[in-house]
Design a protein around this ligand. Structure first.
Ligand code: BGC
Length: 267
């Protein structure tokens, strides 16, 4: 038995090694600066954290974690965001270990950055294009009603050096297949890698846990998906934290410490 397994064991480890070469950690945190996120690193029962990036809808942070890349965002085009944008973005690229930039949050929503595709394309050229060659650059991040908006933006900005396309998704916990269709449709539309920078299933904590058991394997195994962040470390959703933190909730432990390609938690 042992001698026989030398051969199959070798074959198995070669397969695992080649699968690992095609995979990379994708999990991140969408966290406002007042939310304690330092317990999302490290390990749990021998399982290492899969969280390796963070953003805060802003262009600088006082909560940079050693285990995560901080990704600056230009939330919108009003002067309270644009005035410090270049200083902050260059600081994080030159000194903070950042390699990516995000632009304009939910531009198709009047309550969010509220831009037409043409306005966003003009602003993208002004505020993002100067970083070409210094960082990977994201398109504006639409929510899951933003297909038409994004399609028009990509046409209006067809000469722009956009590297990846961030999107959001919110829907009922029973509709995990809708998440898959949404992500796949943006991969096809844009021909670029997709970041899911906000997503959450509506339902109880148990419902959300079951949803993540399907969503995480889909996202980890999809080569078009570069990164994702569950909406659970923000001012209006702290579902990944126990009573506001800093300890993680069981859902937070599941999100953070499920092995790559599994949503089943560290067990
Ligand atoms: C908003 C941000 C806010 C975050 C967390 C986002 O949708 O655009 O301004 O900080 O939600 O509440």
């Amino acid at each position: 038995m042992a001698r026989f397994n030398i051969v199959t064991g070798l074959a198995t480890s070669l397969i695992v090694a080649s699968a690992a070469a095609d995979s990379w950690p994708k999990r991140g945190l969408a966290a406002n600066d007042d939310i304690p996120i330092w317990q999302f690193g490290g390990s749990w029962n021998g399982y290492s954290s899969e969280v390796n990036w963070q953003y805060n809808w802003d262009s600088t942070t006082s909560q940079k974690q050693s285990f995560a890349e901080y990704v600056p965002m230009l939330w919108g085009t009003s002067s309270d965001h644009t005035t410090q944008w270049f200083d902050n973005a260059w600081y994080w690229l030159d000194n903070g270990g950042s390699g990516h930039l995000l632009a304009f949050n939910e531009p198709e929503q009047s309550s969010q950055s509220n831009l037409t595709p043409q306005q966003a394309a003009d602003a993208w050229r002004t505020y993002m294009e100067p970083f070409v060659g210094h960082a990977q650059l994201g398109a504006p991040a639409v929510s899951n009603d933003g297909y038409e908006w994004l399609s028009e933006f990509l046409q209006a900005c067809s000469d722009c050096n956009i590297d990846f396309v961030p999107i959001h998704w919110y829907n009922d916990h029973t509709l995990e297949s809708d998440l898959e269709n949404w992500v796949n449709s943006i991969c096809s539309l844009s021909g670029r890698q997709v970041w899911l920078t906000e997503f959450q299933a509506y339902g109880t904590v148990d419902d959300q846990s079951n949803f993540l058991r399907s969503a995480i394997p889909f996202l980890d195994d999809n080569d078009c998906v570069y990164r994702y962040a569950y909406f659970g470390t923000a001012d209006n959703s702290e579902v990944l934290l126990e009573n506001g933190g800093p300890s993680l909730s069981p859902l937070g432990v599941q999100y953070t410490f499920s092995a790559y390609g599994s949503g089943d938690g560290p067990n």
